[in-house]
Design a protein around this ligand. Sequence first.
Ligand code: XMP
Length: 326
Amino acid sequence: MNTNIRPESMTRITTKELADKFIAEQIEEVRAQVGDKKVLLALSGGVDSSVVAALLIKAIGKQLVCVHVNHGLLRKGEPEEVVRVFKDEMDANLVYVDAIDRFLDKLAGVEDPEAKRKIIGSEFINVFVEEARKLDGVDFLAQGTIYPDILESDGVKAHHNVGGLPEDLKFELVEPVKLLFKDEVRVVGRALGLPETMVERQPFPGPGLGVRCTGAITRDRLEAVRESDAILREEFEKAGFQGKVWQYFTVVPDFKSTGVKDGKRLWDWPVILRAVNTVDAMSATVEEIPYDILFKIRDRILAEVSGVNRVLYDISPKPIATIEWE
Ligand code: XMP
């Protein structure tokens, strides 16, 4: 039987009861698969890896080793939330790696978007391999592969796969949610007690804020992206857009424009707001945000984010624009 094909008879997980049943079955399966061996998991804090972590903590406790790599390109509060939820509340075996300087030093001066992506991807593997080598007796690698990853790519999508591991680090895979659709993963996450902020998290690219700080990433502009993104998210949550608008974020491009403050001319960055709806990310439409909400976000960004003198709303659909700016 091909274990990568969802049987037609499989019930769609829509309720807590169905999720509890799925969780109990998976706990048994995982225990049977791994015995008393250790399992490694790259825990980003996204929905899929978080659900896998919570499930495996229930199944095998401290035999699971979660590695959270902070590459400096995460959203405000995310690394702290991972530590709070998994280490403090679930008592997980969590290795937190502060690799911020390492990533930002490697990225310094690199303008090309694809070169930036390559550096972020390969540096992530380097950090993960270093951490894996420090551990003894790890035979398994858990991954948050979900069913659309298998359907879309006839295999496992790169962002769910710590691909490119060296030969001597070939682990057997543990993929407990690989037959689930995204909405089912969220139902399972809720049943496992994960916070709503994690379960309802919008899609976030692997290279993170790195592709929203266009051109060569600088630390000050990266902070402007992170702070403005946090303000946008906060105001969208207050307005009830969380879970309704598919993806929203800010971009700080690598150019400046003139402004004026207290009679003096300024030379500062713009912040671009983006909020889109889509079904499959192949095409996207722009959310019609009421002007009072846009003005509130504008006022907060201009008052709270340093180095910024303009706020723009990107009204371009996909195609012709992509969702991200690079
Ligand atoms: P675009 O910009 O191509 O984005 O319209 C479509 C969706 O893909 C996400 N995206 C990425 N996800 N690694 C990822 O894991 C990437 O390099 C990447 N680039 C774009 C984007 O956020 C959107 O949801």
